[in-house]
Every structure is written in structure tokens, then in C-alpha cells.
Design a protein around this ligand. Structure first.
Ligand SMILES: [Fe+2]
Length: 329
């Protein structure tokens, strides 16, 4: 039997490749080792696992309660008999959402409880492009100068994917959409500190990304400049960024509490089918507040004001400040 091997990524502040295990039949001892490696390295690559939907969800459950398990993360429909079907139209809300995720983020910061870990497993990938990239918010924080560290202590930002879709690509999804899109484009905004103390290591890391906007206490321009400069600082050094070229069978697992990620563009007419599982954070450390809590009102107000300005500012971005007309292509 081959041996479990964890090899850190070359010349990177984070990440490791794990071989010599089968995710589907991981023992409790092996899982404990993998979990420890995830906390230490921030993300793990498992080549040649070829997980299916059920395997992906089962592995995710070992980390905690799922937000969702074994879901298609794809530009392609999957029929009930398992056959892959037509490619979604680039104007569809699904593709708008996929394209939005080409900007750096951590998952589900736009929900009351942000995510703990996320997993992607490649089934069909285009020959070229379409990488998933990761960036280290821990090394990003550590390498800030003392003045910036002091400046951001106690500061927070609101997080909303209505904001990020508008700001990044000029997309204004309807707030009243049902189903999946109703869950993400809900018109709430959640306040989260710019510095997150990792619940398992006790170490601080930056917690910024595409969903973050409007730092209370700062003018709009000052807030936008600060958030953009923190994000660009994180990804400004090669050692803090890893770009993954997918091979079918790869599984990539990352800690959403301290690692950024983004999708990269590809020829959207070519099929790309990955299976995704997302684990919810711990309410003790990843809960902002619920929509029914009194704090939620300030988020709603901040978001509405921001969207109002973005309607005119984003007319020339990819989707031109329009509202999606169809949910699926
Ligand atoms: Fe994501």
C-alpha cells in the first residue's frame, strides 16, 4: 500500500499536494492528518481521486455541516440520467455568477454564516485556461507594514454578492429570485472585520475580497481604495498566489477562513464540469448576524446606497448594468 505523503508547494507560503490516500476510504487517523495539514497549509491538492457527487459530499461532511454537497460547478447542464447536456448561454444568471467568481473572494461571506472550507473536483476541463487560483490571506496580513496593520485594527466591511456582481461586471440580479439565486442575491449585507482571527490557529489574517465594500467610518473613496489596496497587496507577491491547471480527477480543498480563490476565464463554449461541496462555518466564529437581527438594517441601507451609485458607474462593464432576463440559458 502506498503511503500518505504531504508535500508543500514549491516556493509558496501555502498549499500542499497529498498523495498515497484514497479520499473515499479515508480512515479516521488519515482524516485527522489531512485536517491538520489543511489548517497548516491552507489548501490541499489531491490528484487522481476522480470523486463523484456523493464522494464529494461525504468527504465534505467530515469537516462539518454542508452548505451544499456534490453540486455541479459547470457551464453545462447535467440531465437526470447523468448525461452532460447543452452549454449555458453567457447571458444567463448562472454564467454571470460564474464570471463574477473570476474575481478574488472567500465563499459565502455574503451569508449570515461564512464558509469554513470548500472543495472542487474536476470531471471535464477545457484543454486550455480555466484555472482555479488561490491566494494566502495569512501571509498577506503578515507582510503588511506596521502602519497598515494598526490602521485596519477594528475596521470592518459589509459583504454582499449583489455588490460584487454589480461592481465587478455590471450585473444587477433581481433581489426576488427564487431558488439558488434567491439565496445569494438577497439584498442583505453582512459586516465582517478586515482582520480575521483564525478559529483553529488563533492567528490573524486579512479577510477581504470581491464581496467586501463600505467600511463604516470611512468615506466611500477611502473605503474603496483601502479594500482594493489590501486585496492587491495579498496577490502582489508570487509566493502568495497558486494557479492550478486542472486535470480530470483532481480534488482541491481550501480553508475559506484564510484563503482567497478565483476562477480564471476560458473558452465558455467548451464544457467545464467540476463538482463542488461547501462546508458551513462555525456560528461561534463565522456568524455575522441574521436578517431578522437589528444589526441587519445598517447592511441593507449601506448596500442600497452603494448599488444606487454603481448603476451609473458600471454601464461599461461586462454586463453593462443590466438585469439578467433569464435564469438559465
Ligand atoms: Fe468561490
Amino acid at each position: 500500500m502506498s503511503q500518505l505523503l504531504i508535500v508543500p508547494m514549491n516556493n509558496k507560503s501555502f498549499g500542499a499536494t497529498v498523495t498515497g490516500i484514497d479520499i473515499v476510504s479515508l480512515t479516521d487517523t488519515e482524516f485527522a492528518t489531512v485536517n491538520e495539514a489543511l489548517i497548516q497549509h491552507g489548501f490541499l491538492l489531491f490528484p487522481e481521486q476522480h470523486l463523484n457527487e456523493e464522494n464529494s459530499a461525504d468527504f465534505g461532511r467530515r469537516f462539518g455541516d454542508l452548505e451544499f454537497g456534490g453540486q455541479p460547478m459547470s457551464n453545462q447542464k447535467k440531465h437526470s440520467d447523468g448525461a452532460l447536456g447543452e452549454i449555458y448561454d453567457l447571458q444567463s444568471q448562472l454564467m454571470r455568477t460564474n464570471v463574477g467568481n473570476e474575481t478574488w473572494h472567500t465563499d459565502s461571506t455574503y451569508k449570515p454564516i461564512s464558509s469554513k472550507v470548500a472543495m472542487l473536483s474536476a470531471v471535464v476541463v477545457p484543454e486550455l485556461d480555466g484555472q482555479t487560483e488561490l491566494a494566502d490571506l495569512r501571509a498577506g496580513y503578515d507582510s503588511l507594514d506596521d502602519e497598515t496593520k494598526e490602521r485596519i485594527v477594528g475596521l470592518s466591511a459589509f459583504h454582499s454578492t449583489n455588490y460584487s456582481q454589480a461592481n465587478d461586471i455590471g450585473d444587477f440580479p433581481d433581489k426576488d429570485q427564487k431558488g439558488l439565486y434567491g439565496e445569494v442575491y438577497h439584498g442583505e449585507a453582512y459586516l465582517r472585520p478586515l482582520i480575521k482571527v483564525h478559529p483553529e490557529t488563533g492567528e490573524p489574517n486579512l479577510f477581504v475580497g470581491r464581496h467586501a465594500f463600505s467600511v463604516p467610518g470611512l468615506e466611500r473613496n477611502e473605503s474603496r481604495t483601502l479594500l482594493a489596496s489590501l486585496l492587491s497587496h495579498v496577490v502582489s507577491d508570487e509566493s502568495r498566489v497558486y494557479s492550478h491547471n486542472w486535470e480530470p480527477g483532481d480534488t482541491l480543498l481550501w480553508d475559506n477562513r484564510c484563503i482567497l480563490h478565483r476562477a480564471r476565464p476560458y473558452d465558455y463554449s467548451k464544457p467545464r464540469y467540476l463538482i463542488g461541496t461547501r462546508v458551513a462555518g462555525d456560528p461561534a466564529t463565522e456568524l455575522a448576524y441574521y436578517p431578522e437581527d437589528s444589526e441587519a438594517e445598517m447592511g441593507r441601507v449601506a448596500l442600497a446606497a452603494e448599488l444606487e451609485l454603481l448603476r451609473s458607474e458600471t454601464k461599461h462593464r461586462m454586463y453593462g448594468a443590466s438585469t439578467a432576463t433569464s435564469m438559465s440559458g
